[in-house]
Design a protein around this ligand. Structure first.
Ligand code: PEP
Ligand code: MN
Length: 363
């Protein structure tokens, strides 16, 4: 399918003052006092571009705090008026869109549970037709790049050119260190396929805990993301949702000051030469990896031929367990991560099986 968006580059957005575009504010709007206190403290940092707060909260289980609803839109409108800060909220259906636009919300974001649902996305896109606003689409909860792209396409096709993607990680059944798995290869793929599409990292929902916000933010900056959305609350310990991951505005300020911002290019010629040299070394190793894989697959095909002659099954789990155990031990000693070795060997193994399979089914 044709993959193209019609996008206004982020540096032409009226809120954009430089990298990272910073969106901060509470997970949920809770009271006028909490909203204004948080917003005032954020304004005093002098580096927050957009104030966020969830008005309608998509909660996993019923009975949890589901947001204050329309009342919160009044607070957002007043914060925008009185503090001059553009405001953002989450929308999940057409009535949210209409209400948010009525109250002058500057940026609408679509949550991870909504971007996973094409019906909801189309309803939102239809409500946005002909409107000039800014829309940020979070990745769907499941790691499906096409679903994410499709959600963005629906919004873009409605005529919204100020669009961006928010990476908030992917949910997993297994217990992991972070609340959601970052699967960085997915946003990297987005950036490669759509270099103009603004990409914003949400370290709060990836990490799920305050102590991870800095490392995830820095990682996203190193990957040349354009912005950050970070949950911030004047008193996180009392927050009605996501209390473990919210930062005080002061803590946010400390993190933003600590971030190291690197640029993708440089005019420094000695740096350019060193980088070119290192990259040519990488290219050589990549060629070698491909050569070795080719040879390995030839051996797999030879195995396929002898198995065929002797009527033996392709998959032999004992042998596979031995391979992966050995690879893990050797790979760890070489400084490779367990996750990587596992992924790499599963992929290599699958490709070998495919090669054996085609040999065994040759006429
Ligand atoms: C949020 O930003 O508060 C939120 C609900 O996020 P997500 O859709 O990423 O879970
Ligand atoms: Mn939240």
């Amino acid at each position: 399918m044709e993959n193209k968006f019609e996008i206004n580059p982020i540096n032409r957005w009226k809120f954009y003052k430089g990298r990272p575009l910073t969106i901060a504010g509470p997970c949920s709007a809770e009271s006028e006092e909490q909203m204004f206190k948080t917003a005032r403290e954020l304004v005093s940092l002098n580096r927050v571009d957009i104030f966020r707060a969830g008005i309608w909260k998509p909660r996993t289980r019923p009975g949890a705090f589901e947001g204050v609803g329309r009342e919160g839109l009044v607070w957002l409108r007043d914060i925008k008026r009185e503090l001059g800060l553009p405001v953002a909220t989450e929308v999940a259906n057409s009535s949210h869109v209409n209400d948010a636009l009525k109250f002058g919300v500057d940026v609408l974001w679509i949550g991870a549970r909504t971007s996973a649902n094409p019906f909801a996305m189309q309803e939102i896109a239809d409500a946005l037709a002909g409107v000039e606003t800014t829309v940020l689409v979070k990745n769907p909860v499941n790691p499906d790049p096409e679903l994410w792209i499709g959600a963005l396409e629906r919004i873009n096709k409605a005529g919204i050119k100020n669009i961006g993607a928010i990476h908030r990680g992917f949910s997993a059944y297994e217990k992991t260190l972070y609340r959601n798995q970052p699967k960085w290869q997915i946003p990297i793929e987005m950036k490669t396929n759509f270099p103009e599409l603004p990409l914003i990292c949400d370290p709060s929902h990836i990490g799920g805990a305050r102590e991870f916000i800095y490392e995830i933010s820095q990682r996203s900056m190193d990957l040349n993301f354009d912005g950050l959305m970070i949950e911030t609350h004047c008193d996180p310990s009392c927050a009605l949702s996501d209390k473990n991951q919210q930062l005080t505005p002061e803590a946010l300020g400390a993190i933003l000051s600590k971030l190291v911002l690197r640029t993708p290019t440089s005019d420094n010629t000695s740096f350019v030469e060193i980088l070119a040299d290192l990259r040519s070394q990488i290219d050589i190793y990549d060629d070698q990896i491909l050569d070795i894989l080719e040879q390995r697959m030839k051996v797999a095909e030879a195995i396929g031929r002898v198995k065929k002659e002797n009527n033996i099954t392709i998959l032999q789990t004992n042998r596979w367990e031995e391979i992966i155990k050995g690879a893990l031990k050797k790979g760890l000693a070489k400084g490779l991560s367990e996750e990587f070795i596992d992924l790499l060997f599963k992929a290599v193994h699958q490709e070998s099986i495919n090669h054996q399979n085609s040999v065994m089914n040759e006429p």
